[in-house]
Design a protein around this ligand. Structure first.
Ligand code: ATP
Length: 375
């Protein structure tokens, strides 16, 4: 069902300038369109944050810029361009590499939102005279007790609050999220109705600004691979891995083992990375009990309200983007980290990924998973 958009009194918006992050995708194209319909003074900004342009199919920045320009021309808005590659490298990519080096599986898009889209871009837009920025994220801005809050997007399939949980309330207050009020099919329909060439463009995948690449080849350019053994939980060596960093807890593909005479012919799954011994621990069966944990400890919290909630807190959590909300209780440990205890055991909780907390539609914020265990 398509939600009705709240009618907007466009007469109050005409003296407000909004700069929309135009990626050359359909969501930001329609965001610009909606803001124009709402009477704002709209301009666009295309960011290029990854400088390597090796002419391969992975680098779509040129095509994306052309699409952002075509949509801006169609809407009759000015398109700025900016390059935050230095900020991206220093504040996102180096951290991403350090996390991989430490054997964790980071989520660079969360840091990219915090450091680039809602910091470098926001600051730049304000210098250009913007009252607000806007993005095509499927989230909503709300208000609780007079403070701006981050709410899930209305389209439950597209909600992107998981990726925005590290953005603070002051930045949320300066951002408009026009498509957060809509369902994706309606966004594509609007794009088609208004003749925007991005109406049927495929959704972007891969790491924001770096794109969809052969991940192993890409990472290999920056981090030396350290091959090691693959072992079963009972300590049998059954193969070799190219480097722990290429593997993720719960992962099935890419292990290169199979057809072992002592084991049934079933797929193998990564259960744990033993960093001290550089060993990948695996088991057979995607639902094996060793893949399920009831507790985790997390740190490095970013609360949208910029103050932590009072603990213990009973709420919902996601340990990965594509996951239904899970019931949990959060308690604070004496060292400042928090322990999350789930009602249902969770599959493949992955150190380095974010755990993000919710009260219904309200996104509270989240932290980085250190370790998962059963009690
Ligand atoms: N290169 C870019 N320049 C400016 N803004 C960008 C850029 N990339 C992403 N954004 C902003 O961040 C939002 C979310 O980016 P994401 O990569 O998740 O794309 P998306 O959900 O596929 O959206 P879109 O359809 O607009 O590409 C975009 O809608 C856009 O507002």
């Amino acid at each position: 069902m398509t939600e009705q958009r709240t009618p907007v009194d466009s007469s109050t918006n005409h003296d407000k300038k909004v700069i929309v992050g135009m990626s050359g995708g359909v969501d930001s194209s329609v965001s610009a369109l909606i803001l124009m319909q709402q009477g704002y003074q709209v301009e666009g900004l295309f960011m290029k944050n990854w400088d390597e342009d090796d002419g391969t199919e992975y680098c779509t920045a040129k095509d994306d810029l052309a699409d952002a320009q075509a949509v801006s021309d169609k809407l009759g808005i000015k398109l700025h361009t900016a390059n935050f590659a230095a900020e991206y490298w220093d504040n996102v990519f180096e951290h991403f590499l350090a996390e991989y080096k430490a054997g964790r599986t980071p989520n660079p898009d969360i840091l990219c939102n915090k450091e680039i889209k809602f910091k470098a871009f926001l600051e730049y837009a304000i210098e250009l005279g913007a009252d607000y920025i806007a993005t095509g994220h499927y989230v909503r801005r709300g208000e609780r007790n007079g403070e701006p809050v981050l709410l899930k997007g209305l389209d439950a399939n597209k909600d992107q609050s998981y990726f925005l949980h590290a953005v603070g309330k002051d930045e949320i207050a300066k951002t408009l999220f026009p498509v957060g009020e809509l369902e994706k099919p309606e966004v594509r329909r609007l794009a088609e109705e208004f003749g925007l060439i991005t109406h049927n463009k495929k959704d972007s995948t891969g790491i924001c600004f770096i794109g969809e690449r052969r991940f192993k080849d890409f990472l290999e350019q920056y981090l030396p691979a350290q091959p090691g053994d693959i072992e079963t939980l009972s300590g049998d060596k059954i193969g070799r891995h190219f480097g722990l960093m290429y593997h993720t807890i719960g992962q099935r593909q890419g292990l290169g083992i199979g057809g072992l005479s002592n084991y049934p012919d079933e797929p193998w799954y990564v259960v744990e990375k033993d960093l001290d011994r550089n060993v990948l621990l695996v088991t057979q069966g995607g639902q094996h009990e060793s893949l399920f944990k009831t507790h985790l400890i997390a740190d490095n919290f970013d609360w949208v309200a910029r103050t932590k909630p009072s603990f213990p807190l009973t709420c919902k959590a996601k340990c990965r983007y594509r996951q239904a909300d899970q019931d949990c209780t959060i308690t604070e440990l004496t060292d400042g980290r928090v322990e999350v205890s789930f009602i249902e055991p969770q599959r493949a909780i992955t150190p380095g990924q974010s755990v993000v907390f919710y009260l219904d539609d309200l996104c509270l914020g989240g932290g980085i998973i250190n370790v998962a265990f059963n009690k």
